[in-house]
Design a protein around this ligand. Structure first.
Ligand code: ZN
Length: 301
């Protein structure tokens, strides 16, 4: 069967703690836009904050669950060890100066697969890799470009990426095997060795990676293929801004498949994305209660 599928990333979702600090860091330091303020649909007493480009396009999105009392997690098998963000190669010096000005410690730049990589951490311990990339043109913000994955079963993870999801092996370097989705500019770097210990989830840990599916029909197809693969995906869930299926891949990493439509303009005008708390209709009757329980998003005082 010809593999024509192209699953680029839709979003990545992480755990943090303080929502005010999450907002400050990802807007002022990472220079992304807040494109949606909502709640965790499974635990509506905490926020779900979405950052991305100004339009909140799928593929640009980093999202956070700020669990205010979460302990710091520890990276291990069954999680992403780092998130990659691409910037124009010629902007690397500017970014180093910006991060120094912001008081952020950096490591590098080092070279990985022929590109310059600058590593830093968010305030919660999440590793972020700024990739200096040729030919991506001027950019006002970094663009989600992939992740480094630690699998508990690398061969099984690789089989799923390549045979079911259309990734192609692009190279191997220092224990990392790079998989790309041709045409998206994105890559997943999979550690060749299985991780010694499993991830301990908590602040600074990637909760899941979501991949783009064009529509709900496509979501149904991938769900059926995951079942045929012997995995146990969730039913199709309504995440308001997209429809989703989640599945724990064989190496322990939580994957999500998410539709591009309907997008973030479904409940507020495109020019006002992220400016006010949006709740799905079923939570609206409880808005006052939910707002009271949410940690404030603006600094106290
Ligand atoms: Zn998600």
């Amino acid at each position: 069967m010809a593999m024509t599928r192209r699953f680029g990333l839709h979003h990545v979702t992480m755990l943090s703690t303080d929502p005010v600090e999450t907002l400050r860091f990802y807007r002022e330091v990472v220079r992304l836009h807040l494109v949606k303020r909502t709640v965790n649909f499974d635990a509506p007493d905490i926020h779900h904050l979405y950052f991305g480009d100004a339009g909140g396009r799928p593929g640009t999105l980093l999202t956070f669950f700020p669990f205010t009392d979460a302990a710091r997690g520890h990276v291990g098998g069954g999680a992403a060890a780092a998130i990659s963000l691409a910037i124009p190669a010629e902007d690397m010096e500017t970014w180093i100066l910006h991060l120094v000005e912001q008081g952020v410690d950096t490591l590098g730049p080092t070279e990985r697969f022929g590109e310059s990589v600058l590593r830093f951490e968010d305030p919660f311990g999440l590793a972020l890799d700024l990739i200096g990339r040729e030919g991506i043109g001027a950019a006002t913000h970094p663009v989600l470009a992939g992740a480094t994955l630690l699998s508990q079963a690398p061969a099984a993870t690789e089989a799923l990426l390549v045979r079911l999801m259309g990734f192609e092996l692009a190279g191997e370097e220092r224990g990392l095997r790079r998989f790309v989705v041709p045409g998206t500019g994105e890559s997943l770097d999979l550690a060749r060795e299985g991780a010694a210990s499993p991830v301990e989830t908590g602040a600074g840990i990637v909760h899941h990676l979501a991949f783009r599916v064009p529509d709900e029909a496509g979501l149904g197809e991938i769900r059926a293929e995951l079942v045929a693969w012997g995995l146990d995906p969730t039913p199709v869930l309504d995440r308001r801004y997209f429809r989703s299926v989640y599945v724990r891949e064989p190496g322990g990493i939580l994957f999500e498949f998410a539709t591009d439509p309907p997008g973030f303009a479904v409940d507020e005008p495109p020019e006002r994305l992220g400016t006010s708390l949006q709740l799905p209709p079923e939570f609206e009757p409880r808005r006052a209660d939910i707002e009271r329980r949410l940690a404030p998003l603006t600094p106290a005082g």
